[in-house]
Write a protein that binds this ligand. Sequence first.
Ligand SMILES: [Zn+2]
Ligand SMILES: [Zn+2]
Length: 260
Amino acid sequence: MLIDTHCHLDFADFDAERDEIVKRAHDSGVKQMVTICTRVRKLDGLLAITETYPSVFCSVGTHPNSANEELDIQTEDLVRLAMSHEKIVAIGEAGLDYFYDTQTPEDQKTGFLRHIAAARETKLPLVIHSRSADDDMAAILTEETGKGAFPFILHCFSAGPELAKTGVDLGGYISFSGILTFPKSEELRDIARTIPHDRLLVETDAPYLAPKRWRGKRNEPSYVVNTAEVLADTLGLSYAEMAALTTDNAFRCFSKMPRI
Ligand SMILES: [Zn+2]
Ligand SMILES: [Zn+2]
């Protein structure tokens, strides 16, 4: 089996066929999924999905591209919400995104630090979104871990080797998406070869970033199979070995998520 550790099943892209998408995931061996929150104000919609599908779990948090919409959400709110429902198994996604300049770095950092504090307190993994922000991300992770460790995932990893090394050194997980499968992603595959096997995760980030076999189409959780295949090839493992490895890692990282 595989676990899609990061998708966005609440997005309107999936409204017309959510049942079919979850079924296709199961049929492809993707037995569990974590649908990731991008705005705390959308949490009720995510919870409704997790209550409809036993195999779907969720997170709570504010995406950095929406940071200034939820500056009223404090650490204690994140902690309270995270503990309020058995299907909330992670904090985030939060982080830094300097690729888009719709949000100031200051607002993004303010929100990110609250999410870090919530992860530290709840011991739930923090799903980190980091884009074009390697140096600031590495500095914050290093400084904040120094104040007290917290579990985290660098999701949809597409940054440089230094941030990967910092993440691993600080105890984090590195999650690869369909970007790993693209022909031009040779540097990313080189980075994947440096990650300890017990820190590897796979995800779709659906509806974005369909892997090579379905490139250009809307992504969905069943497609994480292609990313796991390429990651297995890259590391010289069999698909079955990669599936077992990333699934064990996912359950260790998302420690609140039971095996269904
Ligand atoms: Zn993200
Ligand atoms: Zn995402």
